[in-house]
Design a protein around this ligand. Sequence first.
Ligand SMILES: [Zn+2]
Ligand SMILES: [Zn+2]
Length: 264
Amino acid sequence: MIRIDFLGTGNAFAPHGRLHSLALIDEKILIDTPPTLIPQLRRKGINISSIEHVLFTHWHADHTFGFPFFLLERKYISDRNQEKIPSIYLRPGGKKILSNLCNVGFPGSLEDIDKTAIWIEDEEINLIGTNWKFTRFPVCHTPETDPHGYELTHSSGLMLLHCGDSGPCKEIEKRAKNADVVILEMGMPDIGNFPHHYTPNDVRAFSDKFPDTFILVTHNFSNSGNAIGGFAMPDLPKGVYQLEDGDVLEISAERDFKISNNNK
Ligand SMILES: [Zn+2]
Ligand SMILES: [Zn+2]
């Protein structure tokens, strides 16, 4: 059984009913550390130190600013003897960015950054202690944030494509053909031309190109449910699922897909 938790599904603005986006695979592999990471994990009852691998997509604050809290919590609360050092997978230069963030946020508390985490810059690797391996690939987003996505392959052969924060791009489409599940971040509404973000029209075009692929939309610009202000949820084609906070995707050995939600 594969399990992917979408504890938060909002973009940088945390629209009504949504916290910032992250994906948690098999309760061990975390993609991105948004500012609301710790409350999201607490609400779900997940022990912070049970997360073994953290994969970063890029350096925007809505994907990284939870990192100092993540290390601080482990050091002082859930892994005081530092027996469960997490592995951090990131692009070259990322260690410096995240170290600075830790020192700005908690000066004097997280200076031993090499003791509190293992830093790995490989572009592809097996995630030890899990059934997954990944290949990282560049995507189309604010260049200063060194944006990337992850092609995650399970030992059963299932392929999960996490596209990171991106606009439509060839690298994603090249890989989507072989993917069983594609996670798209739909950061902007159809109010203009945004090459660095998928919009609903871009998602519709993507779905037309890959009609047999199961497409999950997260990092959503729209409100969840009815709210005053902000943007309403767009209509998207069948085969595209707009995730809500608390959604869980379970995939059985027979490749049956089930989405449920315990928050509701
Ligand atoms: Zn973002
Ligand atoms: Zn971004």
